[in-house]
Design a protein around this ligand. Structure first.
Ligand SMILES: [Zn+2]
Length: 390
C-alpha cells in the first residue's frame, strides 16, 4: 500500500550510491520529505522506522526510454506502471510527442504522474501518432525546426533531447537528410539526439547502415537498441562491431539498451560486450505491449544484464548516475544529497536460478532476481504494482 509520511528512517539496508562512492550498511533519515542524514546506525529522532534489512537501497532508479502517452495507440502506458509502480522514480518518454502534442503530454502525462516524467521530443511532427512502421520522416514538411524550437524553449524543464527514428522505413526517400537537420537543430538548441537503430518495425525496407547514422552524432548523443538483432545494428555480417561504432563510443556517443519487444538479443549482446562495448544506460523501452513480457520492469531488465555478466553495482550505476548524466541531469538526479527531496529506490535481490528471456525468446541462465520494494519521492512511499515476473 502507498503511504504518505513526512519523517521516516530507512533502517538496515545496503545502500549503493555509486556517484557518492557509497556501498555499505547505511541508514537514511528523511524529515519533511528531505534527506536529513545518511549514516551507520542512525537514531530515529522521532521519525517512523521503515525496516529495509536485507534490501538494496539506491538513489531513485531512472528508466531512460519508454512510451508513456497513455491512450496513444497500442503502446502508450501510464508512466506510473513502469515508474513508481516498478520501484523507479524517473521515467523518460522516447518521442511519443512531436511539437504539436507537447502541451498535451505535459498536461495529461507529466503533470498527472506520481513518477517524474521527462521527454524526448520527436523530430517528426507525427511522433508516435501513426504507430511504428510508418515513414514519419519521409515528407520534409514533417520536420518543423521553428515549431520544435518554440516547444523546446517552453518546456526545457521536461525535454531532455530530440528523438529520431534512423531506420530506412522512417526516413524513406529522404535518406539521411533528416539526420542532417536533426544535427543542426540539436546544436542550435543544445540538446542531445536520441537515435533509434534497427529495422525492427519495417522489415523488407533497405536498412540504414549504422556507420552512416553515426557520422551525424557527437559526444552526449545516444544510440538506443544497442543489442538489436535487426538490420542496421552495431554488428557487421561477421559479428564484428562496425569500426565506426568503436570510434563513436570513443568520441563520447552513449549507448543505451532499449530492451523492448524486439531489441534485446542475448547473442548480439554477448558479441558486443565481448568486443568491449558496454552500455551507458539501461532502459526497458517499456510500453503497454511488453509489460507482461518480455520486459516486465526495469529491475528485471537490470537482472538480465547481470545474467550477461554485470555486477549489481554496475547495473545500479547504469540506472542512477550514468542515466542522470545521459539525461544531462547529473546535478539533480542519480545520487543522494543531504537537504534534497528524497528520491530513493528500494529493492530485493535474491539468489534464484531462472531463465532470462530476450526479445527473440532466446534464453540464458540467470542466478539473481531483482524485485522492487518501494519507490520513494519526498513524503510519498509507493509499493510496486503487480506484474508476473519470470
Ligand atoms: Zn522505444
Amino acid at each position: 500500500m502507498n503511504q504518505q509520511l513526512a519523517n521516516y528512517l530507512l533502517k538496515g539496508g545496503r545502500l549503493i550510491d555509486p556517484a557518492a562512492g557509497i556501498d555499505g550498511q547505511f541508514d537514511i533519515r528523511v524529515r519533511d520529505g528531505k534527506v536529513e542524514a545518511i549514516g551507520a546506525a542512525l537514531e530515529s529522532n522521532g521519525a517512523t522506522v521503515i525496516d529495509v534489512k536485507d534490501k538494496i537501497v539506491t538513489p531513485g532508479l531512472i528508466d531512460v526510454h519508454l512510451h508513456l502517452m497513455k491512450g496513444l495507440g497500442a503502446f502508450g502506458v501510464d508512466p506510473d506502471v513502469f515508474g513508481v509502480g516498478s520501484g523507479v522514480t524517473t521515467v523518460v518518454d522516447a518521442g511519443s510527442a512531436g511539437h504539436t502534442l507537447l502541451d498535451v503530454f505535459r498536461n495529461f502525462v507529466t503533470n498527472n504522474a506520481k513518477t517524474r516524467v521527462l521527454n524526448y521530443i520527436n523530430l517528426s511532427t507525427l511522433g508516435g501518432v501513426a504507430g511504428p512502421g510508418f515513414s514519419i520522416l519521409a515528407d520534409p514538411r514533417l520536420i518543423d525546426e521553428g515549431k520544435i524550437a518554440d516547444a523546446v524553449e517552453a518546456n526545457r524543464d521536461m525535454i531532455v533531447g530530440i528523438k529520431i527514428m534512423a531506420t530506412g522505413g522512417a526516413l524513406g526517400a529522404q535518406g539521411l537528410k533528416p539526420l542532417e537537420r536533426a544535427r543542426k537543430l540539436g546544436d542550435e538548441l543544445k540538446l542531445p539526439l536520441l537515435v533509434h537503430i534497427g529495422e525492427s518495425w519495417t522489415k523488407g525496407t533497405e536498412p540504414v547502415a549504422v556507420g552512416d547514422v553515426l557520422k551525424y552524432l557527437r559526444a552526449g548523443d545516444i544510440v538506443t537498441h544497442m543489442f538489436t538483432v535487426h538490420p542496421g545494428g552495431l554488428l557487421d555480417g561477421n559479428g564484428k562491431l562496425w569500426p565506426q561504432v568503436r570510434d563513436a563510443k570513443t568520441s563520447g556517443v552513449l549507448m543505451d539498451v532499449g530492451h523492448g519487444l524486439h531489441n534485446l538479443n542475448f547473442d548480439v549482446a554477448r558479441k558486443v560486450l565481448d568486443q568491449g562495448l558496454h552500455p551507458d544506460g539501461v532502459s526497458t523501452d517499456g510500453h503497454r505491449g511488453n509489460r507482461a513480457g518480455p520486459v516486465y520492469d526495469l529491475p528485471t531488465t537490470m537482472a538480465k544484464l547481470m545474467a550477461l555478466g554485470f555486477s549489481l553495482t554496475q547495473v545500479v550505476e547504469m540506472a542512477t548516475v550514468n542515466a542522470a548524466k545521459l539525461l544531462g541531469r547529473a546535478n539533480e538526479l542519480g545520487t543522494l544529497k543531504i537537504g534534497a527531496r528524497a528520491d530513493i529506490s528500494v529493492f530485493k535481490r535474491e539468489d534464484r536460478e531462472w531463465n532470462a528471456v530476450d526479445s527473440q525468446k532466446g534464453t540464458i541462465p540467470a542466478h539473481q532476481v531483482l524485485t522492487p520494494v518501494y519507490a520513494i519521492r519526498g513524503d510519498s512511499i509507493y509499493e510496486p504494482l503487480p506484474v508476473e515476473r519470470p
